[in-house]
Each structure stands twice: as C-alpha cells, then as structure tokens.
Design a protein around this ligand. Structure first.
Ligand code: CA
Length: 229
C-alpha cells in the first residue's frame, strides 16, 4: 500500500512542527501549510488521504476550507480547535468534518485519531464480498460505499457512511452514543458524544424525506439510536 499523505494546515509554528513530526514518525507523508489560501491552492492540485485543519487561520479560515472541500470531495478532515471554539467545532462537524482534536492536544492523541480515521476510510473500502443492504428506498453498498435513496446517489462523508452502516447492519438494535463512538470513531474517550448527535442529524437531512420525522434512523429517548428498516 502507498504511504498515506496528510495535509496539515496550521499557522502556529510550534503546533505545526510537533504535529508534522509525530505524523511523519508514524509513517505518513506530511505536507505543512500555514495559511488558508495556500491550503486551498494546494488542495486544488493535490488529493491527500486526510487533512488536519486548524480553524483559525490567516486569509481563509478552517470552516471556509471545510465548506470548500465538501463541495468537491470526501477527504477526511480532522479539525484542530481551541477549547473556546465550541460553536465553530459543532459548525465544522455539521459542514462535514469527520472529527476534531482540542488544543492543547498530545501529539500521540492526534496520531491515534488520524490512524482511526484512515483505518475506517481505507479499511472498510478494501473489504470485499459484503452484499449491498436494501431497505425500501434506501440502498447501502459497503463495497463501493455508495448510498442511494430512491435511486439517487447521496454524498456522505466517511464518518456518516460508517455510522449509517453500523446502524443498518443491525436493524432495530439500539445503540448508545458511546457504543457508536466506539465502533465508528474507534476511540470514545477523547470525543464528545454530541459528535454522534450531529452526525445523526446530518444523515437524516441527507437520507430522510422529512428529517424531523425520520423513518430509518430513529431516536430511542434516553438511550440512543436504532435503525428501522
Ligand atoms: Ca490558528
């Protein structure tokens, strides 16, 4: 397999250096950019396997970059955010970022989050043999990672797809948010369970004809979520 490439967009030199050093040591091919416009320029010409993206950046901020990227691709995005940027963090997840790390973070935490995201996006795609799942108008193909509703292809981010797949593989089974964090995000200890809530909301907006009265992804009050075929 080729070495996965990672774009790190971060304007604070000390954080950028540490992140880049640890990711390189972990075996990734790392490109470092310290400015939002430069990130867009680079992404216009290159397709990395993952983007580590600071939110507060000179010229073009991280949210803008997330929006721009999501109109073009499903490249996984891990946001770097300060503790006080909670609103932006939620906004970033809603725009399609896959995950976030709160600064100051341990470089090992960043590396394990990158690994977990790449394992999901690259690992799942490589698994062959599992047939597509079909439920009335909804079809989910684990091999091609394609989701269609009434024949129309829906663009899901990597995490949205994985979340949907976990739920749909076990119809009517109730999952707590912690269980979903464990099976979709890989490591739950660093992640806020509201991440699951945000992803469920986005999935409903993309898949349900009336997201406020979802047929497939249902809330089990006080417990979590289940998939209703
Ligand atoms: Ca910054």
């Amino acid at each position: 397999m080729n070495t996965p490439t990672i774009l790190v967009v971060e304007d604070e030199p000390s954080i950028a250096e540490v992140a880049s050093l640890y990711l390189k040591r972990a075996g990734y091919d790392v490109t470092l950019v310290n400015d939002g416009q430069k990130a867009l320029d680079w992404l216009g010409l290159n397709t990395p396997d993952l983007v580590v993206l600071d939110l507060m950046l000179p010229n073009v901020d991280g949210l803008e970059i997330t929006r721009w990227l999501r109109t073009r691709s499903d490249i996984p995005i891990i946001m770097l955010t300060a503790r006080r940027e909670e609103t932006d963090r939620i906004l970033g997840l809603e725009m399609g970022a896959d995950d976030y790390v709160v600064k100051p973070f341990s470089p090992r935490e960043l590396v394990s989050r990158v690994r977990a995201v790449l394992r999901r996006t690259q690992g799942t795609a490589a698994v062959g043999g599992e047939p597509a799942l079909s439920f009335q108008d909804l079809s989910i193909d684990p091999k091609t990672r394609l989701v269609t509703v009434a024949g129309t292809e829906k663009a899901l981010t990597a995490r949205e797809f994985d979340l949907l797949l976990v739920l749909a593989r076990h119809p009517r089974q109730v999952f707590t948010r912690d269980q979903l964090l464990d099976s979709v995000w890989g490591i739950s200890e660093f992640i806020d369970p509201s991440t699951v809530t945000v992803h469920v909301r986005r999935l409903r907006e993309k898949l349900e004809s009336d997201p406020s009265k979802p047929c497939h992804i249902q809330t089990v009050w006080g417990v979590g979520y289940k998939f209703e075929p």
